[in-house]
Design a protein around this ligand. Structure first.
Ligand code: PMP
Length: 360
């Protein structure tokens, strides 16, 4: 009797996937994962602690997190029916492909961008069409994107984009909606760090195929919580509600995120500080020889410098500073992505990188 190995039994579309590797090593300063390096504001932390204590754990969560949906809806000026909450933005991205992708359908992406779009598409047996950005300045090839989207089920674009930091033009989003029949997912994971008025959530009301993704992982300092949400047309939300893991958003995450939304004004000083620190970091990087950087509206900066992989390893090993190495990724040769930290973290990063570059 012949017996298949375990790996032979894996669904063919899922063969060859590896566990996600965040490339983490313990370091004193972690600027590698685009997290908010500030802890929660103390007043919010206290409010959340109380909410968690008050949350019974013996009962199942509200599957759709309606209390949180109502707070988010009030904030964004939409209805509860326009919001879906998920276990991080990742879960929503996956569910969108699970629901609207599949064999014979295509997802269009514009790399370099968040790799998970492509991974989730492949898991859901969805074809991936890549419209590469201009290699020199990472600008989008707008005409090619619109052309590709004409034959696609969905487009995923990012504003600000990870890892390049640029905002997506609202006119290009509108062009995608007006000139194609694709669903358009606009990923705004980092939009709270961008200039006022950058979010395109207001366009959702008049564009039933536009879906905007947001997360508590970045501006809200809660990457460990696992909570994200989608703002979209009611019909999209109903589909997602029907196919999701029923209890993916646990009671503690719902309680904590609800406090954060109600008291979102208290995050303003941290956001202002990160934006100010981004300018400080960029100015410091600009003074270093042979370091190219791209303008960023996010909480990270992409840089290109000679021997990037070695610089990254020495930052980690000699200075205990962790940044993300993209030097082996297509289109990102010799590139590192640096998360904007606190003033002290940025100062130490600039000093260290300066010393390494000058060969001290
Ligand atoms: N979109 C982009 C562009 C991201 O960079 C990330 C996280 N790195 C996510 C979505 C998902 O974030 P989360 O699952 O933590 O909400």
């Amino acid at each position: 009797m012949s017996s298949q190995t375990i790996s032979e039994r894996v669904r063919p579309a899922l063969a060859g996937f590896e566990p996600y590797d965040p490339a983490f090593s313990p370091c004193n300063i972690n600027l590698s994962a685009n997290e908010n390096t500030h802890p929660l504001p103390a007043t919010i932390a206290t409010g959340i602690a109380q909410a968690l204590v008050d949350t019974p754990l013996n009962r199942y969560p509200d599957p759709l997190a309606n209390g949180l949906r109502d707070e988010l809806a009030a904030w964004h000026g939409v209805a509860r029916e326009n919001i879906m909450v998920g276990n991080g933005g990742d879960e929503i991205l996956f569910n969108l492909l699970f629901a609207f992708g599949g064999p014979g359908r295509a997802l269009v992406v514009a790399p370099p961008c968040f790799e998970e779009y492509k991974n989730f598409a492949k898991m859901c047996e969805t074809d991936v069409v890549e419209v590469w950005r201009n290699p020199a300045d990472f600008s989008l090839n707008a005409d090619a994107l619109v052309e590709a989207a004409k034959n696609a089920a969905m487009v995923m674009v990012t504003s600000p984009n990870n890892p390049t930091g640029d905002l997506m033009d609202s006119s290009l989003v509108q062009r995608l909606l007006d000139n194609t029949d694709a669903l358009v997912l606009l990923d705004e994971a980092y939009v709270e760090f961008a200039r006022e008025g950058s979010s395109l959530i207001p366009l959702v009301a008049n564009n039933p195929r536009l879906m905007v993704l947001r997360t508590f992982s970045k501006a809200f300092s809660m990457a460990g919580l696992r909570c994200g949400y989608l703002v979209a047309n009611q019909e999209v939300i109903e589909v997602l509600a029907a196919i999701r893991q029923i209890y993916s958003e646990d009671v503690l995450a719902q309680a904590a995120a609800t406090v954060a939304v109600k008291r979102r004004g208290e995050f303003a000083p941290v956001l202002a500080s990160i934006v100010q620190e981004r300018e400080y970091l960029c100015k410091g990087l600009a003074e270093l020889p042979n370091v190219v950087q791209w303008p960023s509206q996010a909480n990270f900066v992409l840089v290109r410098l000679p021997h990037a992989a070695e610089v990254r390893a020495r930052l980690r090993d000699e200075y205990s500073i962790l940044v993300r190495d993209f030097s082996y990724s297509k289109g990102l040769e010799n590139c590192l992505r640096i998360t904007v930290g606190t003033h002290e973290e940025n100062e130490r990063l600039l000093q260290a990188i300066g010393q390494l570059i000058k060969g001290d």
